[in-house]
Design a protein. Structure first.
Length: 72
């Protein structure tokens, strides 16, 4: 694989706690972003991930209505 390609780490349960924040610190070392399940994220989560300098690429956004909800 091309080592210059940006990587996104998929996440199952993005609930924030001290352990998860330690995981975000580790992810920063090799990835440019995280991919949490859309149904499990909130404003606090988005802000925390961005504070770590990571991008957010939520998954399971499969239709226009869900995308509009995600953008709110």
């Amino acid at each position: 694989m091309d080592p210059t390609l940006p990587l996104v780490q998929l996440l199952g349960d993005p609930a924030l706690d001290e352990e998860k924040e330690d995981e975000l610190k580790e992810i920063m070392e090799y990835a440019t972003g995280v991919g949490p399940n859309f149904n499990n994220i909130n404003d606090e989560y988005v802000e925390t991930v961005r504070d770590y300098g990571l991008h957010i690429h939520p998954y399971t956004v499969n239709d226009k209505e869900t995308m509009e909800t995600a953008l709110e």
